[in-house]
Design a protein around this ligand. Structure first.
Ligand SMILES: [Zn+2]
Length: 358
């Protein structure tokens, strides 16, 4: 197998500044997977910043991944919304169970955003970013929601979808509260770390075509997405990214309207057709994705290798580059050999050849 001509640090620095690199980068998003491999408990992985960071760093180095450790508490914003995360797993990392703060219409009508002082998730984010900065990592990520997805953290999904049809004004009210949370969080992060060190990322699991029709997406969620992006730009933020979680094939033209800055980062779930994304969203973005989660858990290394090569072939020559990544959060029980298959594909089929040496 070919070896790398650049270190990960060199590769990613060059990649983000648009310079030539040796091969397609590989980011594993190994968060909970790393906690498990390093034998942490859920409590340790989610809330002990030092242990979580170092577990991820060991695994990033072991698998020769690009990218940095990050705080990963699934549905963490629930803590800031006044809900609860029930933590399971004493000897391993397991997904928490969510206890939403809003159970019924009365709760929703009376719902107010809890005081900033009680925002445990945001505090943890700041603590993690400060620890990472001590370790030499300077970038900090600010969330742009989406607001609708955050409403899905305030109230259980099936209930929310009923309200989308029957109580649209109530949903609109909750979206407003989610916006308030996003913008206040952004102000706090900017004050803490400086606007030049902050980038914005957003995630759209509840807007995917299997949950919300494109029409409802445009009506319910899109106005808030546009408002939030506009307000974040006004705050001086310049670097944006998004993860299209689930199937967004019918939403792509709407996403194009957000008009993210050239060079923004878009990661794609396996249900999004890479060729179509490239065609509709164009060549002004960095794309990343989208090795299927199921394959990473149950597939053979050969199958993962083939899926990785397929994605690389479609995206490798994209103007702003392509990063091979798992489709979504890396499943906790991914086979280590399958992560190796992704690296192998980048090294063997993702190589960039230049006349002059790097
Ligand atoms: Zn996803």
């Amino acid at each position: 197998m070919k070896l790398d001509r650049l270190t990960s640090e060199e590769r990613m620095k060059r990649f983000y500044s648009g310079e030539k690199i040796d091969r397609v980068p590989f980011i594993s998003s190994a968060t909970m997977y790393a906690g498990n491999l390093m034998e942490l408990s859920s409590e340790e992985f989610y809330f002990d910043v030092e242990k979580s960071y170092n577990a991820q760093k060991w695994v990033i180095d072991m698998h020769c991944c690009d990218g940095n450790p990050c705080l990963d508490i699934p549905n963490g914003e629930v803590l800031d919304f006044g809900g609860e995360l029930i933590i399971r797993g004493n000897n391993c990392v397991k997904l928490p169970i969510v206890n939403h703060p809003i159970k019924n219409i009365k709760d929703a009508v009376n719902y107010k955003l809890p005081d900033v002082k009680s925002w445990e998730f945001l505090k943890k984010k700041i603590e993690f970013a400060k620890y990472a900065s001590k370790k030499g990592i300077s970038g900090v990520s600010i969330t742009a929601g989406s607001s609708f997805t955050f409403v899905g953290s305030m109230v259980e999904m099936t209930q929310l979808l009923k309200w989308v049809r029957k109580e649209p004004e109530l949903v609109e009210y909750l979206i407003g509260i989610a916006e308030e949370y996003i913008l206040k969080s952004a102000d706090i992060m900017i004050k803490e770390f400086g606007v030049e060190n902050c980038s914005v990322s957003s995630n759209y699991p509840f807007e995917n075509n299997a949950i919300l029709s494109p029409k409802m997406f445009e009506k319910i969620s899109m106005p808030s997405i546009l408002r939030v992006h506009e307000k974040l730009r006004e705050k001086g933020l310049k670097s944006f990214g998004m993860h299209l979680c689930g199937n967004h094939n019918k939403n792509l033209e709407l996403f194009r309207d957000i008009n993210l800055e050239e060079g923004s980062f878009i990661s794609l779930d396996e249900r999004n057709d890479l060729s179509m994304v490239r065609k509709i969203l164009g060549d002004k973005y960095i794309y990343a994705g989208n090795v299927p989660s199921n394959l990473l858990v149950e597939g053979s290394p050969e199958e993962v290798y083939r899926a990785s090569v397929e994605a690389i072939k479609i995206m490798k020559d994209n103007k702003h580059g392509f990063i091979l990544m798992p489709s979504c959060d890396l499943p906790i029980n991914t086979k280590p050999t399958n992560l190796f298959a992704m690296l192998k594909a980048c090294r063997e089929e993702g190589e960039y050849i230049y006349r002059k040496k790097l």
